[in-house]
Design a protein around this ligand. Structure first.
Ligand code: SF4
Length: 306
């Protein structure tokens, strides 16, 4: 069988080993080389172009049902941690939660920590916390799991006093809402720390982009062709509504949208983003306000009637 393997950036080092195993079974193997940030970004075009019969996508759970002529297998990668460090991190997390008198906690994690989350829950319950898992939106598969674009699990856990994110880095936790205090327990860093103020800064920046975009006369509407990001209906609607407000708008389509690919479109004053909502984390590098389509209603309300 001809198989194409796809890895997120952090797992690309495993590509040769996985290729060797499959080649030993008699398969022909291609490795998708383009950057991959999520299961929203299956390498369907590459697979079709090399006539692969199957995609094996590593490191993420299924994002959405994909109607494709190609078999798709998802192989999540579960992070193994040093539990001596894990315990130290959870002890500090418990101390910080006690300091704000939190008793009920919504526990969230990226899919790599799905297996570890069971032990995290048990450890916290031993120290007297009530730990709940909420279910995320349409693109997540496990209770408590969050994506950069889907933090519903944090708010769907019922009544809680705080949210505890167990995992590495700040990409996922800065996508969580700040309606409850958010604590990061990072077993890779070996530390626990509050991140609520940083989330509020991100939220304020987002509001700032919306306000700045009210002055724009001309909008580029960003449409990604990635299978889990394409939003033609949202893009067309944005164009129509902006034109109704007297603004110029153009639909800009690309697989990968970046400040570099857009740099020479000098005529736009702002962008409406219908693709990955975390594109606007990078708003400073675009040099113009980037507003997610989810915030379009708010933007239109704030715009003066021409
Ligand atoms: S945050 Fe962006 S890259 Fe990650 S899964 Fe969501 S749409 Fe894809």
């Amino acid at each position: 069988m001809r198989i194409i393997l796809q890895f997120p950036e952090g797992l690309k080092a495993k590509a040769m080993g996985e290729m060797a195993k499959l080649e030993a079974q008699g398969h022909e193997v291609f490795i998708a080389a383009a950057p991959c940030y999520g299961a929203c970004d299956l390498c369907l075009d590459e697979a079709r172009n090399v006539k692969a019969e199957k995609i094996i996508h590593f490191g993420h759970a299924e994002f959405m049902k994909v109607k494709a002529d190609i078999e798709i297998e998802y192989r999540p990668y579960f992070s193994e941690i040093d539990w001596k460090v894990g315990k130290k991190v959870l002890d500090k997390a418990a101390k910080l939660l006690h300091e704000i008198d939190a008793k009920r906690v919504s526990l969230v994690f990226p899919v790599q920590h799905l297996e570890n989350s069971k032990r995290v829950k048990a450890e916290l319950e031993k120290t007297g916390f009530q730990v709940k898992f909420g279910m995320g939106g349409a693109h997540v598969r496990h209770a408590g799991q969050v994506l950069g674009c889907d933090s519903d699990a944090a708010v769907n856990a019922g009544k809680v006093d705080a949210v505890l994110y167990f995992g590495g880095g700040k990409f996922h936790p800065t996508g969580l809402p700040s309606t409850k205090p958010v604590l990061c327990a990072d077993p890779h860093l070996g530390d626990s720390y509050w991140i609520t103020d940083e989330i509020r800064r991100v939220e304020r920046k987002r509001q700032g982009s919306i306000l700045a975009a009210t002055e724009a006369k001309s909008f580029g509407i960003l449409v990604s062709t990635k299978c889990g990001q394409i939003n033609m209906a949202g893009a067309r609607m944005a164009k129509k509504l902006l034109e109704k407000k007297g603004r110029k708008a153009a639909l800009l389509v690309a697989n990968e949208l970046s400040p570099v690919s857009l740099a020479n479109f000098m005529s736009f004053d702002a962008y409406i983003n219908t693709a990955c909502p975390r594109i606007n984390d990078d708003t400073d590098n675009y040099g113009k306000p980037v507003v997610n389509v989810a915030d379009l209603k708010r933007l239109l309300e704030l715009m003066c009637i021409p």
